[in-house]
Design a protein around this ligand. Sequence first.
Ligand code: UDP
Ligand code: MG
Length: 313
Amino acid sequence: MLISVIVPCYNEEESIPLFFQEMEKVKGQFAGRHQFEYIFVNDGSNDRTLDVLRELSASHPTVQYFSFSRNFGKEAALYAGLREAQGDWVTVMDVDLQDPPELLLEMAQLLENNADLDCVGCRRVSRDGEPPIRSFFAKQFYSLINKISDVEMVDGARDFRLMRRPMVTAILDVTEYNRFSKGIFAWVGFKTEYLTYKNVERVAGETSWSFWSLFKYSIEGIVNFSEVPLSIATFAGILFCLLAFAGGAFIIFKTLVFGDPVAGWPSMTVIMLFLGGLQLLSLGIIGKYLGKVFMETKKRPVYIIKERSQPRK
Ligand code: UDP
Ligand code: MG
């Protein structure tokens, strides 16, 4: 079996050598049972990542790299890697060693022993070393998305997984521009089993995700895999119409029976503000989806490759 290892890298000059060293150790433990090819994707880094990759590729025939013309994001890097991978089995790994390479041994074993298994994924069961507030919101995100979307996203599941070729082909057939890989992995189906492990902190460098970027990423996930927010406006609209009818009937009744001594403007303002806010919110939701449609219809490429390693024979 040829196993392709796809590694997206964004400003990872320090982590790449450490990652490669660890991976080579793991490769040794496979004792020649499988061949490996590495596909590093330089996602428009502005440190020495590209130089490091050039050197690595020059000295190791199993290492290939692609370099984007700018930062396109991890999703684009993953997609590029999947498209270029030649392997019968394909794995996707973070370069910061947060996806422990030694798990690959166990993953490969599972695939070898279960012919009907298509994919072995990894799940963090702890989030040690992560700010508690981030873990809290991550949990809320998974419970929400699993309620309002048809695809089942596993809490704590990483992108780290070992897939057979048919699943890779299926993922490549999903050619949408707005890529939310966690959703796509779940959406294509196939039989997946999860290994669990405790969170590992990154070896070097810094995470490129701030709280705000994670928040935006979770909105991407929801908008790409659920249409429920679109119906919020409809339901709120119906609810407020009913309330308005009830309120109107009540006012008519009250005026007829008791007359109309004072007119209350504060309650009026509050109601107007509330309804105005709700309308803007609904418009915003619709706008978000419309924006997605806009980007999809442009059919822009997901990434642009500026430089690649020499093709190998
Ligand atoms: N990454 C990337 N492009 C980006 C951001 C990140 O290719 O725009 C890569 C990064 O080099 C790493 C992986 O994606 O290999 C995960 O990134 P990070 O460790 O920053 O995320 P975290 O583990 O904190 O979720
Ligand atoms: Mg990381």
